[in-house]
Write a protein that binds this ligand. Structure first.
Ligand code: SAM
Length: 226
């Protein structure tokens, strides 16, 4: 039965998280070893830090281990709330960023009228977390982010450029399912959810592990339209 509070359309799709949290529970700290260079991510968080005043609330969606993003934001005096599907990632984020607030939660639970209400934020980051969703859910997650932001609020997104939907890949000894878009389509999907893209950059990235292929990472700096 569809959720009567579902204002976005989540009711019409079946959420399948099989194996996703388990994979990240198992990967844990090895994630940071496999992805040691995060210049693009660090630069995007610096943009938020420059643009926000101390004490601003920032949501780190799919926060992983809390490193580097939640830690970087917290060290600069921002009030960080992190959410992740994986219990293990949430525990690591707590350890790495003691001043942050972290919750084990699904992005979908934050939808308007959904079971987890964390209030509104001045900014949201989603670094390589929306790519863990099937394509049918990505526009809904973006609309959820729009809802979680104050008007004019900032949104820093990164995705891997790839024309795939819910595609299984080997990842640090586990299998995960990922989705992505080619660049023009990604821009369209983000703009359709009510964001203005104010800056864009991309990086070719070779992870420090042989079972993750090189990838092109796209970073979008966005602002919520009123
Ligand atoms: C590739 S990692 C990125 C972690 C971190 N943002 C970073 O860039 O270092 C993706 C994270 O998204 C989390 N995740 C996957 N599906 C999710 C969902 N439906 N809701 C919340 N978090 C999710 C995973 O547990 C994992 O920690």
């Amino acid at each position: 039965m569809s959720d009567p509070a579902d204002k976005l359309g989540y009711g019409s799709i079946r959420l399948d998280r099989t194996g996703q949290a388990e994979a990240f529970d198992a990967i844990g700290d090895r994630y940071d070893e496999a992805f040691p260079h995060k210049e693009g991510q660090v630069a995007s968080a610096e943009w938020l830090i420059r643009s926000l005043t101390a004490g601003s609330r920032v949501l780190d969606l799919g926060c992983g281990t809390g490193v580097p993003t939640a830690r970087q934001l917290a060290e600069e005096g921002l009030q960080v709330v992190g959410v992740d599907l994986s219990d293990r990632m949430v525990a690591l984020a707590h350890q790495h960023v003691p001043t942050g607030e972290f919750h084990q939660s699904d992005i979908a639970d934050l939808r308007p009228g959904g079971p987890r209400d964390l209030g509104r934020f001045d900014a949201v980051t989603a670094f390589f977390s929306l790519l863990m969703l099937p394509r049918a859910e990505i526009p809904l997650a973006l609309q959820t982010i729009h809802h979680l932001l104050i008007p004019g609020g900032l949104f820093a997104l990164s995705m891997v450029e790839a024309d795939v939907d819910d595609f299984s890949i080997p990842f640090i000894g586990k299998t995960i399912r990922v989705s992505g878009y080619l660049r023009d389509e990604l821009r369209e999907v983000v703009e359709a959810a009510g964001f203005e893209i104010v800056e864009e950059s991309s990086y070719t990235y070779a992870p420090a592990t042989v079972d993750v292929p090189p990838e092109v990472q796209i970073f979008l700096r966005c602002r919520r339209r009123a």
